[in-house]
Design a protein. Structure first.
Length: 191
């Protein structure tokens, strides 16, 4: 699957502009995480394909709005579409795993699980800046807001902290990776 095909699925599933921005943000982050996790990892036990990781980021929430934000129905429409076109099972499993519908056994599945919520928290941090831009956000300010449970209360902090336990990336470093990936594409994200 190409990025264009993934974006077409987002369009077909009638995603709002904000959901498309979230999908793009997670796609950018997942691509960077794939690169980060493969650097110096000559003993990797699973194949790493940046395109697959980006597709997972793009499509992990593709049917969230269509299903009325129902966690029971979430990922079912996306899974159906992906199976129809013969997408790789590991991509489907990673998408389903981000909402606990499949075991998170691959690094790709573990990465989308952790970055999904942090990407949302980073956007919230940008939106409280005077200029509402990602360039004004620092990793330190994200960490301060992370500790403030009333800020972006819907962002599941326990899910975010799996970056350490499941990916071996400490929270502070993970925050920098996510923020940097999003800042590099701030113009595309409109932030």
């Amino acid at each position: 699957m190409t990025k264009y095909e993934a974006l077409k699925i987002l369009e077909e599933l009638e995603n709002s502009p904000n959901m498309i921005k979230h999908a793009l943000a997670c796609g950018f982050v997942m691509r960077d995480l794939c690169i980060k996790l493969t650097q110096g990892n000559s003993t990797q036990s699973e194949p790493f394909d940046e395109k697959d990781w980006e597709i997972v980021g793009l499509l992990h929430d593709a049917d969230y709005e269509l299903t009325g934000k129902s966690l029971d129905a979430h990922t079912e429409e996306t899974t159906k579409k992906l199976k129809e076109i013969g997408e790789k099972q590991e991509v489907i499993d990673a998408i389903r795993g981000h909402c606990d519908k499949a075991p998170r056994t691959s690094l790709m599945a573990k990465a989308i699980y952790a970055c999904d919520e942090l990407a949302g928290l980073v956007v919230a941090c940008a939106l409280v800046q005077p200029d509402k831009k990602l360039k004004s956000v620092t990793a330190e300010s994200v960490m301060r807001k992370f500790k403030d449970k009333s800020f972006a209360a819907g962002a599941n902090r326990d899910q975010i902290t799996t970056c350490d336990s499941e990916l071996g990336i400490p929270l502070e470093e993970f925050t920098k990776i996510v923020l940097t990936a999003m800042q590099e594409k701030g113009d595309v994200l409109g932030l």
